[in-house]
Design a protein. Structure first.
Length: 95
């Protein structure tokens, strides 16, 4: 199993747009082959920091997701919302 933890700093005037766009994307991603978990959290006491938590069955299925046209289009939309480059940590389940 592959886990991903993402951290995104969003421009304050783009938070609503970001949440709206990401909500639609999350619903689609959750239906993709290999997606076990996809959740978005807002960091407490940080008005513009969001964390995503994902679990995927395998690295090939995660790579398929990351290369999909839907994700590329969504990331292009997010470009104007991001305050800085998002951080992404990919992990392998130990047990």
């Amino acid at each position: 199993m592959i886990g991903i933890i993402g951290k995104m700093a969003i421009k304050e005037d783009k938070i609503e747009k970001f949440q709206t766009e990401l909500s639609a994307m999350i619903e689609n991603v959750r239906k993709e082959e290999g997606c076990l978990v996809y959740q978005l959290f807002k960091v407490e006491n940080e008005k513009n920091i969001f964390m995503s938590v994902e679990e995927w069955e395998s690295m090939p299925l995660l790579q398929q997701h990351l290369q999909s046209e839907g994700i590329k289009a969504t990331m292009a939309l997010f470009g104007e919302c991001l305050e800085k480059e998002p951080e992404m940590t990919i992990c392998t389940l130990v047990k």
